[in-house]
Design a protein around this ligand. Structure first.
Ligand code: CP
Ligand code: NVA
Length: 315
């Protein structure tokens, strides 16, 4: 099989997403029925998990997911490996990828994961960089399709034409939403404070029709099928915390914003969340919130992704 990496959302095409979203539902159903699904058991496959930033969901979902698939994991951080002692990323990639079957990396610059992938013999998965968080958007799309399926049963039909309101920072999540919208045919309504806008060039967006920019976050939520947000300060930007707190004070998803979205709109947040900052407690803990399904779906979606990157389409 040709070596495939998942470094950005648009590393896969629409047909591959149709397959992955369908496969994730199949894998989730098996998990819920306590049925074994172990394509990585024989021969045993190993995933290296490399974390240069903190994580709860990404670590647990990849680690538990890999064991459920019959494989095993090796966990590395900057602090407990030679990565933190300036071993070149290219050398680390050459060594690690001779011993494992797949690598997931959470790091700072996208250029770092690209350098690793360029020297890796095995698939590399982006577990979050400063620029992108493709695994999260894959899980978010799976969650949206699960909650609002199409009559045809085709996940791409469920996504086509949808409106996703992004309220907050023009960060790694926002960039990845833009890529998903362009590829899968929905629209993102983006509202950020000035100075924190999305950068469509960074996301590589050529179709400006896939997103609309709104000064007023409430305007962005009007008619949305999904309202979503993220922390005001992403990992690596902690020094800007106070400045951001002031700049983002009007970008809190509250009940007034949800009230102008579609009556059956849902709310998502990749988590961790700060109640009273980017989202009110009433919204994240309210009836339109699907954040716990969203978090769980990281595991099911990534199991489908890992299976696909190593074994191709099955079933
Ligand atoms: N959403 C997400 O990636 O969470 P963690 O930082 O806990 O992995
Ligand atoms: N934008 C956030 C997402 C955390 C999962 C960050 O990069 O810290």
């Amino acid at each position: 099989m040709k070596l495939k990496h998942y470094l950005q959302f648009n590393d896969l095409n629409a047909d591959e997403y149709a397959y992955l979203l369908t496969r994730a539902a199949f894998i989730k159903a098996k998990f819920k029925a306590f049925e074994k699904h172990q394509p990585f058991a024989d021969p045993d496959r190993t995933l290296a998990l490399i974390f240069e930033k903190a994580s709860t969901r990404t670590r647990v979902s990849f680690e538990a997911g890999m064991y459920q698939l019959g494989g095993s994991v090796v966990h590395l951080t900057t602090g407990d490996s030679q990565l933190g002692r300036a071993e070149p990323i290219e050398d680390s990639a050459k060594v690690i990828s001779r011993m494992v079957d797949m690598v997931m990396i959470r790091t700072y610059e996208q250029s770092k994961i690209e350098a690793f992938a360029a020297h890796s013999r095995v698939p590399v998965i982006n577990g979050l960089t400063n620029e992108f968080h493709p695994c999260q958007i894959l899980a978010d799309l799976f969650t949206l399709v699960e909650h609002r399926p199409a009559a045809s049963g085709n996940p791409l039909d469920a996504l086509k034409g949808k409106v996703v309101a992004w309220v907050g920072d023009g960060n790694n999540m926002a960039n990845t939403w833009l890529q998903a919208a362009e590829l899968l045919g929905f629209t993102v309504h983006v509202s950020t404070p000035s100075g924190y806008e999305v950068d469509p060039r960074l996301a590589g967006i050529s179709n400006a029709g896939c997103y609309k920019v709104f000064k007023d976050p409430k305007e962005a939520c009007k008619g949305a099928d999904l309202v979503t947000t993220d922390v005001w300060t992403s990992m690596g930007f902690e020094a800007e915390n106070e400045v951001r707190r002031a700049a983002f004070s009007q970008w809190c998803v509250d009940e007034a914003m949800m009230a102008v979205a579609k009556p059956d709109a849902i709310f998502m947040h990749c988590l961790p969340a700060h109640r009273g900052e980017e989202v009110s407690a009433e919204v994240i803990d309210g009836p339109q919130s699907v954040v716990w399904d969203e978090a769980e779906n990281r595991m099911h979606a990534q199991k489908a992704l890992m299976e696909y990157l190593l074994l191709g389409q099955l079933g």
